[in-house]
Design a binder for this molecule. Sequence first.
Ligand code: COA
Length: 250
Amino acid sequence: MCDEWMPHLELPITFEQFQQLPRNAAYKYEYFHERAWLSPRPHYYHALLDLEAWAARPLEGASRKARLRPVQPTDWAGLAPLFSAAFDRQQPFCGLDDERALAAARKALEHTRAGGDGPWIEQASFVATDGEAGPEVGAILVTLLPEGDPSGWHSYHWKEPPPPDALARRLGRPHLTWIFVRPFNAGQGVGTLLLSAAVRELLALGYKQLASTFLIGNDSSMLWHWRQGFQLLAYPGSWRRQVAEMEEAM
Ligand SMILES: CC(C)(COP(=O)(O)OP(=O)(O)OC[C@H]1O[C@@H](n2cnc3c(N)ncnc32)[C@H](O)[C@@H]1OP(=O)(O)O)[C@@H](O)C(=O)NCCC(=O)NCCS
């Protein structure tokens, strides 16, 4: 998703020091020529939420203080610093200085806004503010992806540009492309509130599922998805799956 921001690192350290290096799941660690070589190896997993089941259960733990509003054209510029702060401890943004992290946030948001993550579903995207008149504290941005097998490699990009009326025709499957909450306000149910509004609007549009993607190593994202009831899908590169497919083809 934002792999371009993950640097390759070459560290002149001893093998003993290499063994003590804390590891990040998004990196591959190798040691040769008396150097540690760290190369990006991001693994993205996908998960699926059954919207009707989610809406049928009691909504617990959603922030009572935060307020939601649709994303306005003037919001995008202000969302970039919020995005950058929220992802401050997550790959790939944690490795960037403030200026580059902000540039990366702007680029990611612009990509989403411009349809690079599939048509943006404006109706199901929201900004959360701290009370009626408070500052922005979070946002959820939902886009539309093809409806293919959600655990396949190729279901997360449109091969051909989607028809302009894809949403009106209820084509595709919604995808939770970004959700982020300002660290100061995290853990207070803002993310749950944002998701509840997105689910309500997606159901009103006629959709039944919401897919999502998370990077292995982003524990807060993984735990949040799990806690919300997202079901982990098979890893597209699953060995068992590949063997089963080969056996089927024979
Ligand atoms: C993931 C994120 C959006 C969650 O928003 P939030 O407002 O903090 O979430 P909520 O308060 O609604 O949390 C609901 C549940 O998620 C889990 N959770 C949320 N943040 C967590 C964290 N940092 N670590 C572990 N669990 C977490 C908790 O189990 C929590 O339930 P509980 O309080 O009953 O235990 C927020 O932490 C964030 O912005 N993270 C950085 C950006 C990111 O990784 N986004 C997801 C990928 S796009």
